[in-house]
Design a protein around this ligand. Structure first.
Ligand code: DP6
Length: 335
């Protein structure tokens, strides 16, 4: 009962921020439909992926998890066990498990490590237990670990339905990576771990007076952006993604306590993107729960944009990305 899987991180174009309070918070049901691009890194061997191996066996004394060589405890372990418990119950097997996971990028630096991590875990664990699921059903299992992980089951461009229950809250593919020409230059401003994780931040969304309007607007934007992706309308998608990012950061900044993820370099990048656009280079920004900026562009402009972004004060490094393929089972085991 051993299996391994690889999944890629994703960048949200229409964001998930805040869990539904009408449901068990452990289900991670988002307040609005969300849309994302699953990303494949092209720089310095960083593919923005998580590789996970899991084995269930009566020979293990307890559940044990090692990520990047460190044994995991506390809240992180709880989230992993929640996913595995769900699968153990379905398979009617109660063996303890050993799990080892490796990211090829810095964790918790706003590059969405939990998304690729829980997508890889859901696929590897289901396969280890001999359970067969559709990708949509796998996305529900990944969501039990992390809301954004539901989307990383699929490659290309992805639509996540908020739904109204565990069964109806799932992600599906809008189209594969070739159907829409969008790449990104990730501007890394700070590689360090963030002080307030998204896991904690989700609990604060409802304290912002702008929360309900963000939810309402995001719900409309998710439906519209799906159509724009299928029409291959890069500028309209970029504009909408940028607006939606600012809605989310407005909610973060106006929460109690206020969550302010930006650093001065973050603002330098925003200003540069706006200026480049006026000068005729089509590019847009989006930012998750951290200071790093995803600069969205078409593939033909990616290298030119990278050079310009690298000149900005405070940018430590850039990573180029294109859309990735689906998450998959691999025969390469980590132990
Ligand atoms: C800002 O689903 O990653 O990236 O796994 O619980 O930490 P936890 O939360 P996660 O939250 C994602 C928040 C976001 C926006 C998004 O990806 O939609």
């Amino acid at each position: 009962m051993k299996s391994s899987a690889i999944a890629h991180s994703n960048i949200a174009l229409i964001k998930y921020w805040g869990r539904s309070r009408e449901h068990d918070p452990n289900l991670n049901i988002p307040l609005n439909d969300t849309v994302s691009m699953t990303k494949y890194g092209l720089t310095d061997g960083i593919h923005l992926q998580t590789h996970t191996t899991i084995e269930l066996s009566p020979d293990y004394d307890k559940d044990i998890v090692t990520v990047e060589g460190q044994e995991i405890t506390g809240r992180h372990l709880e989230r992993i066990i929640r996913v595995i418990d769900h699968l153990r119950a379905l398979a009617n097997i109660d063996y303890p498990f050993k799990m080892v996971s490796q990211n090829d990028f810095p964790t918790q630096a706003g590059l969405a490590s939990s998304a690729s991590a829980f997508a890889a875990l859901a696929i590897a664990a289901a396969n280890a237990l001999g359970l067969k699921f559709s990708r949509e059903d796998l996305s529900k299992i990944a969501r039990l670990g992390s809301g954004s992980a539901a989307r990383s089951i699929h490659g290309g461009f992805v639509y996540c339905h908020k739904g109204s229950s565990h069964e109806t809250s799932f992600a599906e593919q809008i189209c594969t990576r070739d159907c829409f020409d969008m790449n990104a230059v990730i501007a890394i401003v700070d590689m360090g771990k963030k002080e307030i994780t998204s896991d904690e931040g989700h609990n604060l969304a409802h304290t912002s007076p702008f929360n309900h309007i963000r939810i309402q607007k995001s719900q409309q934007q998710a439906k519209k952006i799906k159509k724009l992706i299928l029409e291959n309308d890069f500028n309209a998608v970029g504009q909408m993604a940028e607006a939606n990012c600012l809605y989310m950061h407005s909610v973060m900044m106006t929460s109690q306590p206020s969550l302010f993820y930006w650093q001065s370099a973050t603002l330098n990048i925003i200003k540069t993107i706006q200026k480049l656009r006026i000068e005729g280079l089509p590019c847009y920004f989006t930012i998750d729960a951290g200071p790093n900026v995803h600069c969205l562009c078409q593939s033909k402009n990616m290298h030119e944009l990278q050079k310009l972004i690298e000149q900005i004060d405070g940018v430590e490094k850039t990573i180029l990305v294109r859309p990735a393929d689906d998450a998959y089972v691999t025969k390469e085991h980590l132990f």
